[in-house]
Design a protein. Structure first.
Length: 412
């Protein structure tokens, strides 16, 4: 069956999420397919941050910690994330960066299995998670080991010597989706702790941490949650570990009585002990505005649209660009991928730069991946048609051969 632009517009007219597009400040003549790297700006975020700057900070000054509940922001924002990831509100905090939260949760997980020394991960994991694991292992001494295996060997590599299974649910390059429930169960069958990175999951499709029995999870706020560049990350600790999990960064916001100013550290009860420093109120405000856009979103609709956008992208590339050299890198089945579609091409970098020059913004991941993020709240089916039309023109006209598209920028 041949697909056309009217077909895509008909899909948009039937889309229950289409009304959310107007909540974002999307530039004219731009097709934004990079929400898996930086989400678009919610109009509400600009309004709220302005209010915090001009009224709360500008007029109420330090009184705002109580008057406007700045002090409660990490828990309040975490509670809004909880719904999207299948957690209880008291199991999630918005705090720090994903990398720091990996460090905290990984250390806590290792302390829960003191008789074991091996962290298991896969070779497709996001590098910063592996870097943090390497740094922690070095800090702990030569007794700890990071074991990295191919994707298809994770289950068989789970042995009685593994302390922690640390995985990212969605492969950041290809969008391949791990079976969280099956792998968490496999880890628990060997008494290993399961730690998940949800950076490319939260806000793209529903996650069920408690349904899967996950122990710890982390994720960032600036991708599908639309919290803005460098937005605070989040941390999940299953309630069953609240009384026993210990993290190594003793900060005053994790103290049992932060305003008693005791010289000795005593951790707060529950997940609050995973806080460290003073909450960044401006960025938490922007993140909370992004999260509020999900308040009336049916998460099943989110998943259906996520899959449909990807299916359409794949179908249109194969329909419009046969023989182009673009090779599908993502799983073909929607149930096996996150909310992105990736293609391989030896000239992936200049092709993406040529697309960006045309107003189609995706990104490139070495060595040869063109990556297109499909944020269900604001990407339309017509966007997909138009993006593929531009891609077809780039390939047909060999636009990517222009010298300016071959110069590597600092951020790809």
């Amino acid at each position: 069956m041949s697909l056309s632009l009217p077909d895509c517009r008909e899909m948009d007219s039937a889309d229950p999420l289409a009304r959310h597009r107007d909540a974002f400040a999307l530039p004219e003549r731009i097709i934004y397919l990079d929400g898996n790297s930086l989400g678009a700006l919610p109009k509400l975020a600009a309004q709220r941050v302005h209010d915090v700057i001009s009224r709360q900070w500008g007029q109420d000054l330090i009184k705002s910690w109580n008057l406007h509940d700045w002090i409660g922001a990490p828990a309040r924002v975490g509670g809004k994330i909880a719904r999207l990831i299948g957690a209880k509100p008291n199991e999630v905090m918005a705090a720090d960066s994903t990398s720091l939260n990996v460090f905290k949760t990984l250390h806590a997980a290792l302390r829960l299995r003191p008789d074991r020394r091996i962290i298991l991960s896969d070779e497709a994991n996001f590098p910063t998670d592996l870097y943090m694991a390497q740094g922690l292992a070095e800090l702990l001494g030569s007794s700890h080991e990071i074991r990295i295996v191919p994707l298809d060997r994770i289950a068989t590599a789970l042995t009685e010597e593994i302390a922690v299974l640390m995985l990212t649910e969605v492969d950041y390059r290809t969008g391949r989706l791990h079976d969280m429930a099956a792998l968490t169960k496999a880890a628990h069958d060997k008494r290993a702790i399961a730690l998940w990175d949800l950076a490319h999951s939260a806000g793209a499709f529903p996650v069920d941490l408690n349904g899967c029995g996950a122990d710890f999870a982390v994720g960032c706020g600036y991708k599908y949650l639309n919290g803005g560049p460098g937005a605070p990350a989040f941390i999940f600790v299953a309630e069953r570990w609240h009384d026993t999990a210990e993290q190594p960064l003793f900060g005053w916001m994790g103290h049992e009585a932060p305003f008693a100013f005791d010289l000795d550290y005593r951790p707060r009860p529950g997940i609050h002990r995973f806080l460290v420093g003073t909450p960044p109120i401006l960025s938490l405000t922007a993140l909370e505005a992004g999260l509020d856009l999900f308040a009336d979103v049916d998460l099943a609709d989110l998943r259906r649209k996520s899959g449909a956008l990807g299916d359409l992208f794949i179908a249109l590339v194969e329909q419009e660009l046969p023989g182009s050299g673009l090779v599908l890198a993502s799983p073909r089945k929607a149930a096996e991928r996150g909310s992105q579609v990736s293609f391989r091409h030896p000239e992936g970098y200049p092709i993406m730069q040529a697309l960006i020059a045309r107003g189609v913004i995706g990104d490139f991941r070495a060595p040869d991946i063109l990556r297109f993020g499909l944020a269900p709240l604001y990407v339309s089916f017509a966007d997909i048609w138009n993006a593929v039309a531009h891609l077809k023109a780039v390939m047909a006209g060999m636009e990517w051969q222009r010298p300016e598209f071959r110069r590597r920028a600092a951020v790809t």
